[in-house]
Design a protein around this ligand. Structure first.
Ligand code: DQA
Length: 147
């Protein structure tokens, strides 16, 4: 029986749509969730789409994903650059992990060039705007079909 794909979003992504729109665009988190649900449905996948500003909550969701999910798409946001705790949690996940960024962190400030979490990911999508989520769902569907 297939399990949902966890799409996890880190701090400040609740402000999507109004947060630095020149970097992150004008799509709200609610609209992004609807986009992801529509794409997942087309791919025959179920999703669990969540956002939290709390590192502990994200670690807990990753723990839930260990047995409760077929894959994780994660935008750890600022925790990408700081969180060994999120990396350690991700290292326990056997199913595919795709790390995603709306912007291209490598085109931005130097402190965004290092990612702790990428070490646990099979794939990385960055700089494609919120459309990156749609690509990540397609890529996840391909990875699961190839399994
Ligand atoms: C981000 C990039 C991070 O550097 C930043 O802290 C974010 C969002 C992105 O989606 O482009 O909050 O992960």
């Amino acid at each position: 029986m297939s399990k949902p794909i966890f799409i996890l979003n880190g701090p400040n992504l609740n402000l999507l749509g109004t947060r630095e729109p020149e970097i992150y665009g004008s799509t709200s988190l609610a609209d992004l969730k609807a986009m992801c649900e529509a794409r997942a449905k087309k791919c025959g996948l179920e999703i669990f789409f969540e956002q939290s500003n709390s590192e502990a909550q994200i670690v807990d969701w990753i723990h839930d994903a260990i047995n409760g999910s077929d894959g994780i798409i994660i935008n750890p946001a600022a925790f990408t650059h700081t969180s060994v705790a999120i990396l350690d949690a991700l290292m326990n996940v056997k199913s595919p992990i795709i790390e995603l960024h709306i912007s291209n962190p490598h085109k931005r400030e130097e402190f965004r060039h290092h990612s702790y979490t990428t070490f646990a990911a099979q794939g990385l999508i960055a700089g494609l705007g919120v459309n990156g989520y749609v690509h990540a769902i397609d890529a996840m569907a391909d990875m699961l079909a190839a399994d």
